[in-house]
Design a protein around this ligand. Sequence first.
Ligand code: ADP
Length: 244
Amino acid sequence: MVAALTIDGLEVDFGGFKAVNGMSTVINRGELRVVLGPNGAGKTTLMDLISGKTASTAGEVRLFGREITNRPEHQIARAGVGRKFQIPSVFRDLTVRDNLSVAVSHEPRVFRNLRLGMAAADRARIEEVIELTGLEPVLDVVAGDLSHGQMQWLELGMLITQQAKVILLDEPTAGMTQAETSKTADIILRLKGSHTLLVVEHDMAFVRKIAERVTVMHMGKLLAEGPMAKIEQDPAVRDAYLGS
Ligand code: ADP
């Protein structure tokens, strides 16, 4: 197994309060890992530390063995960590197709030229993403006019088009209808194996649908890790989180 993302003794000290306090885990290439934990456990902060939004005060983050700890956010993104936020960062005035083209080029200014001369491999990847996300009927719609679900799928599609090596998803189903949540689960399940994903999610029905191996955080630390079925039976996890 190849380690895609290695988190080793990671810590951040917010003026005496360690929101992430010696967290370690390894996510293998092709793995779909779900991070669980009660509110305030440090899940979002962990994502912030991995993506470079917040600087850590101790520990390391490695992407395919290469240290990326505390690099600037844009460098970490360039290195291959793609993060999807709850509020999408699509270009609202561009069509779905142009958003996907921009994601290939990384460079909004040149996307028009690139669309003409885009490499066949890039075009093929965009077509795959369109099929995966079901965005075909809205390709010529500007992103600002999409439904909430479509907007989220577009942003996820853009991360795939950009060939992010590790994709971080923070509550991907927040604000979604049941039908949208179900479609999101289908999309994420199809990515398993070919993509490496780290997903923070509270919706347990959704988690049960997608999760294999889960990581449970509590008070900034690793509380438990293992197959979902086993973790759900773990007394420490039930006490700290599942509340049953
Ligand atoms: P989770 O995502 O698991 O709900 P968070 O990572 O959002 O938890 O937050 C963990 C804890 O860290 C919370 O108690 C939160 O208030 C605190 N926290 C997060 N960011 C900061 C910050 N910039 N300064 C101080 N405390 C913070």
